[in-house]
Design a protein around this ligand. Structure first.
Ligand code: ME8
Length: 511
């Protein structure tokens, strides 16, 4: 990673509460952000809510409230959920912010001024649930959108179009020249496959007589911007590249070097791959802005065989899980269980398996080590050599770094947990309880306990991005002044430090 990292999540529709799927992407981004900060990067971590469009307007109508009231309430729900799940975002954007509206208007005006926008008629099958058109082929004979399985509607109207087709060749060339631009590989191939068909132009407006809740187009005030155009631009707004009030022909557009743009990584679910890997880069090309450096599309949390989604009514509430198991356990489960990029099935049984791993491997190591330091050395880490597990620590750190650089987070976490497992094996092998009974082996016991204190510091650092709250508590119990860096922990000399025993880090849960 560079020493400046700009990470984004999708901005979630303000039409419903956050569920486990939203929590997954946001926690994934949070863990990457924390790993990057730990490595010394400056980080901008952006999340927020998508507040315009038909879906929001319809939900507000259904509830009998103004769209903005619904958005105010939901933006608050998302923020609260992210606070409760320890998500350390730097900026929470709402597309109804005046700053963002001004930048959307300037952006689309710039597309217009550069000759990429024209008026035309549109007809096609529209899914309100996904806020996009689908082709006949995609909706099949039952005419349902292929993601939510909901009926689509036939729409015919006059629209403004973005000449997306003009950028088809350039987009293909970009993907081919940058093989890691869309991750994982299957998603890249999906987009390259899609681009084998001629790329149509993109309808970027909705007539106000059908939809009022949106950003007015400066060159066509009787239309609002298509919600996806409005939404995607949020990534530029939050980067500070184009200050609100910047005219469409301002030189600022040609020099974004002092801002956070381009983003280092757009983290998304595979449901919104086309909008991010086709609409967004071509819009950026049209505006003359650099493209994001990477798009990482993860899989879906499914229940049985179906995607977890509000419209299917099968969502799991992350806050309810947190009540029972704690936020760190929810974070661990989500990140450890889903191979980054593939689908994973949510089941309460698997949640318990992952919880047990935290409690019985990592938690147990911390508990027994700290209590032995208490019992055998009056709570002070002895001064002996602390290097008994250094070979394991070194190989763990290099393999975690390799997994992270290929964004295989689940693999990095499995490796971290393996280090705790190895350390438990070390306890069994050294038998500190036997060493403690034999005065002649006092220095062996010192070495065992000092080694355990060092490895626990390393584990606190490794677990911190995923289990920030428990890792901080572990650091406190180890007598450390905050969670160390990985390097600091690897070379730490823990001797002389006073430990603070406590209740198990991950207690037994009564269900
Ligand atoms: O699409 N499994 O918002 P959205 C994994 N507003 N991730 C899931 C998921 C699941 N079952 N369900 C949702 C939108 N997600 C637009 C985005 S961005 C400029 C505009 C996550 O509220 C995943 O990240 O429908 C997915 O892409 C996103 O939530 C969709 O959230």
């Amino acid at each position: 990673m560079s020493n400046r990292t700009y990470l984004t999540t999708p901005i979630y529709y303000a039409s419903g509460e956050p569920h486990l799927g939203h929590a997954y992407t946001t926690i994934l981004a949070d863990a990457f952000a924390r790993f990057a900060r730990q490595a010394g990067d400056r980080v901008l971590f952006l999340t927020g809510t998508d507040e315009h469009g038909q879906k929001i307007q319809e939900e507000a109508n259904r509830r009998g409230v103004e769209p903005i009231e619904l958005c105010d309430e939901m933006a608050e729900r998302f923020r609260d959920a992210w606070d409760l799940l320890d998500i350390g975002y730097d900026r929470f954007i709402r597309t109804t912010e005046a700053e963002h509206i001004a930048i959307v208007q300037s952006f689309v005006q710039r597309l217009y001024d550069r000759g990429y926008v024209y008026a035309g008629e549109y007809s096609g099958w529209y899914s309100v649930s996904q806020e996009r058109y689908f082709t006949e082929k995609e909706i099949g004979p039952d005419r349902v959108d292929p993601i939510a399985g909901k009926p689509v509607e036939w729409v015919e109207e006059e629209n403004w179009f973005f000449r997306m087709s003009a950028f088809q060749e350039a987009l293909i060339a970009h993907i081919e020249a940058n093989p890691d631009w869309i991750r994982p590989e299957v998603r890249k191939n999906e987009i390259l496959g899609f681009l084998q068909q001629p790329l149509g132009d993109l309808s970027i407006s909705r007539p106000k007589r059908r939809l009022r809740w949106g950003v007015e187009l400066p060159f066509a005030p009787e239309h609002v911007a298509y919600v996806w155009v409005d939404a995607l631009i949020n990534y530029v707004t939050a980067s500070g590249a184009i200050p609100a009030g910047t005219r469409p022909d301002d030189p600022a557009w040609d020099d974004v070097a002092d801002s956070w743009w381009p983003a280092d990584m757009h983290l998304i679910g595979k449901d919104i791959l086309t909008t991010h890997a086709v609409y967004w880069p071509t819009l950026l090309m049209g505006a003359g802005l650099p493209l994001p450096r990477c798009i990482l599309a993860h899989g879906w949390w499914v229940v049985g065989d179906t995607k977890m989604s509000k419209s299917l009514g099968n969502v799991v509430d992350p806050l309810q899980l947190r009540e029972t198991f704690g936020g760190d356990a929810v974070r661990w489960y989500l990140l450890r269980e889903m191979p980054t990029g593939s689908d994973a099935s949510y089941t309460p049984e698997r949640f318990l398996v992952r919880y047990d791993e935290l409690a019985n491997v990592f938690g147990n190591l911390a508990q027994r080590s700290i209590s032995m330091i208490g019992k055998y050395r009056d709570g002070v880490v002895p001064d002996g050599p602390a290097d008994g597990l250094d070979a394991a620590i070194d190989s763990t750190l290099s393999s975690v770094a390799a997994s992270l650089s290929s964004y295989r987070l689940h693999e990095a976490l499995a490796t971290a947990m393996d280090l705790a497992r190895t350390a438990n094996g070390y306890v069994e092998e050294r038998e500190p309880w036997a060493q403690a009974k034999d005065a002649a082996r006092a220095s062996d016991l010192d070495e065992t306990l000092a080694t355990l204190a060092r490895v626990l510091g390393v584990l606190a650092a490794l677990f911190h991005p995923v289990c920030p709250e428990r890792a901080e508590e572990l650091a406190r119990r180890l007598g450390l002044d905050g969670v160390p860096t990985l390097d600091g922990a690897r070379n730490d000399e823990p001797g002389g430090r006073t430990v603070h025993p406590g209740e198990p880090l991950f207690p037994r849960v009564q269900l």
